[in-house]
Design a protein around this ligand. Structure first.
Ligand code: PEP
Ligand code: MG
Length: 370
């Protein structure tokens, strides 16, 4: 990571005077958010919440929530997770000292929360060794059948993004409560304003966004009424599926901001798996035969770029001045940053250690335009 010293500060300060694009960072804990701010991030453009659910001390409760077969069980598991979520958000809000923080609601690749193959084979073993223990037999059988019911052949095209939240509205409710409680706690403790932007992931249909927006709005209103407090916040959406870009004018009616998720937009537009691309075969094929660049590193301007441009233009045709940013990996790639500058995005968001690169790239983009 770049070292912060006086010379470095002077040169990036010069870049900051020239650039038009805002530069934010993707971070989801106190340490990364602090690093991001030290490197000049003007906010968090993407706080992914799914990582928070993967910690060893939480996974059991998360699994109970997902595998629950009734509302009471789910509510119990969610109640256990809520204070942990609240403390996650308190960390990020505290680190950002009043700068905007975009918190994205749970975007699960569901399979990552489910028992893996080894654990599943242990379940089968439990079944085989349960003998005459009826309760043990029933429990192991039930768990295994639920895991099988939730198994997906293509998890990246499965119950991801807001889809789980559509099925179980208690999940976005719990997360929204945690966000509001954390924001109020940090306001009280640090005396800093907290600027929260709540973001709905992987929206394909306008109805998904309007339904999720209604849940968030109602939950925030309930929490604030109970606390007798006020909080400034906005609700926006990821644009990371071609359908969302194509219908961006309708989607904008329900969004205060757009954030382009170019990782998924690249995956779904070109039709190559982002997970497998890292293994080389697909990427080499695309680089050697088609694009000459890795489209997950540098944006495919001709294809994916057109959808970004369309999303910005259509969104702003409904809401002039609609705030737009990008939070895919491309947000820290200089050539991609130049493209985002040209389509009129308001900010890019990238990993903390790439923030200085993005600040330079955003300045270079302006100079190249002249
Ligand atoms: C994206 O798809 O570009 C994005 C930022 O979301 P994630 O990488 O978490 O899917
Ligand atoms: Mg995504």
């Amino acid at each position: 990571p770049p070292q912060i010293n006086e010379d470095f500060e002077r040169v990036v300060a010069w870049a900051d005077e020239v650039r038009r694009l805002g530069v934010r960072a993707n971070a989801d804990n106190f340490e990364d958010a602090t690093k991001a701010r030290e490197l000049g991030a003007e906010g968090i453009g993407l706080c992914r919440t799914e990582h928070m659910f993967m910690a060893a001390d939480r996974l059991p409760a998360v699994r109970r929530m997902i595998l629950a077969d009734n509302q009471a069980q789910r509510a119990e598991a969610l109640a256990e997770i809520l204070p942990m979520q609240q403390s996650d958000f308190e960390g990020v809000f505290t680190a950002m000292k009043g700068l905007p923080v975009t918190v994205r609601l749970l975007d699960p690749p569901l399979h990552e929360f489910l028992p893996n193959l080894v654990e599943q084979s242990l379940l089968v073993q439990r079944l085989e060794t349960a003998g005459n223990d009826g309760a043990e037999l029933a429990d192991a059988r039930e768990t295994l059948s639920q895991v099988k019911r939730l198994h997906e052949q293509n998890p990246m095209l499965g119950t991801r993004g807001c889809r789980l939240a559509m099925l179980y509205p208690e999940i976005p409710e719990m997360q929204t409560r945690a966000i509001v409680r954390a924001a109020l706690a940090v306001l009280d403790r640090e005396g800093e304003t907290v600027k929260v932007e709540i973001m709905i992931p992987l929206v394909a249909l306008t109805q998904e966004l309007s339904a999720q927006r209604a849940i968030v709005e109602k939950t925030v209103a309930d929490e604030l009424a109970q606390a007798g407090r006020e909080l400034d916040y906005t609700i926006g959406t990821m644009i990371e599926l071609p359908r969302a870009a194509l219908l961006a004018d309708q989607i904008a009616e329900h969004a205060d901001f757009f954030s382009f998720g170019t990782n998924d937009l690249t995956q779904t537009t070109i039709g190559i798996s982002r997970d497998d691309a890292e293994n080389g075969f697909l990427t080499n094929y695309i680089m050697d035969h088609v694009l000459e660049r890795n489209p997950f590193e540098t944006i495919d301007v001709d294809g994916v770029g057109q959808l970004v441009q369309m999303g910005v233009d259509k969104g702003r045709s409904t809401k002039p001045g609609l705030k737009t940013g990008v939070c895919g990996e491309h947000g820290g790639d200089p050539d991609s940053v130049e493209f985002f500058n040209s389509v009129g995005l308001d900010y890019v968001s990238c990993s903390p250690f790439r923030v200085p690169i993005a600040r330079f790239a955003a300045a270079k983009a302006v100079l190249n335009q002249k």
